[in-house]
Ligand binder design. Structure first.
Ligand code: DX5
Ligand code: ZN
Length: 223
């Protein structure tokens, strides 16, 4: 099953309701990038702003936390009603406890890995998570180029998930996903795709979501 999650990072933030309505019918989840200007050199939505977006969104929200203190903060985004909450492994001192808190507060649990973080660090936690996010750009900004050198890491994660977790973990990629790159990521084994600028820079964002989905659905994972 393929999931497409448009990111509103580079959408018109002063008109979020109408931006979301342009992709709601075609999309699976709304990807919300939360940045604190500490974990990454950029700032986006506060907790209060995120709570409002989550409460008003026509789509279930996939919250991606790029913040320095997920151990204290992540579960608040679950409490706010996110469908899933993803935090960065690199920022956590107690990943096991943070995973458990998010789950207790009712969201699917995601863990994200920056490009330089190897897959094996997350292996001991796979039993307890619902989604693994492999970043295909350095987190912080939209509009960057897809890093093709992440493809072996995606493939490694796919192999491990299929061998031991029966595909129950969604394998998400985020960064530089477009009509040019989505088939590469799919072919390496990703099944859940974040796309920001490709979607919101398109003339008709909803049509772009359909095109991305069709490309992914027509590409077979290579293993
Ligand atoms: C980057 C964010 C992404 C971003 C993707 O740190 O996590 O979700 O919005 O934007 P594009 O698709 O433009 O690379
Ligand atoms: Zn993101």
């Amino acid at each position: 099953m393929i999931r497409i999650c448009p990111s509103i990072l580079n959408a018109d933030r002063s008109n979020l309701g109408s931006e979301i309505s342009r992709i709601a019918k075609q999309s699976d989840l709304l990807h919300l990038d939360v940045m604190d200007n500490v974990f990454v050199p950029n700032q986006t939505f506060t907790l209060a702003e995120s709570q409002k977006i989550i409460a008003e969104s026509a789509l279930p929200v996939d919250t991606h936390l790029m913040i320095a203190d997920p151990d204290e903060q992540a579960h608040l985004y679950a409490k706010a009603g996110s469908k899933s909450v993803t935090f960065h492994f690199e920022a956590s001192k107690a990943p096991g406890a943070t995973i458990a808190r998010i789950a207790t507060d009712g969201a699917r649990v995601g863990v994200a890995l920056k490009p330089t973080t190897p897959f094996h660090v997350i292996a001991p936690f796979l039993e307890d998570i619902d989604m693994l996010l492999i970043m295909t750009v350095e987190p912080g900004f939209g509009g960057q180029s897809f890093m093709t050198d992440m493809l072996p890491k995606i493939q490694e994660a796919r192999t491990e998930i299929d061998a031991h977790h029966f595909g129950k973990i969604w394998l998400q990629v985020d960064g530089g996903i477009s009509l040019e790159t989505i088939a590469l990521a799919r072919s390496a084994g990703a099944d859940t795709f974040v796309a920001g600028s490709a979607v919101f820079k398109a003339d008709i964002p909803g049509v772009m979501v359909d095109q991305l989905r069709a490309l992914a659905e027509n590409t077979k994972p290579s293993q």
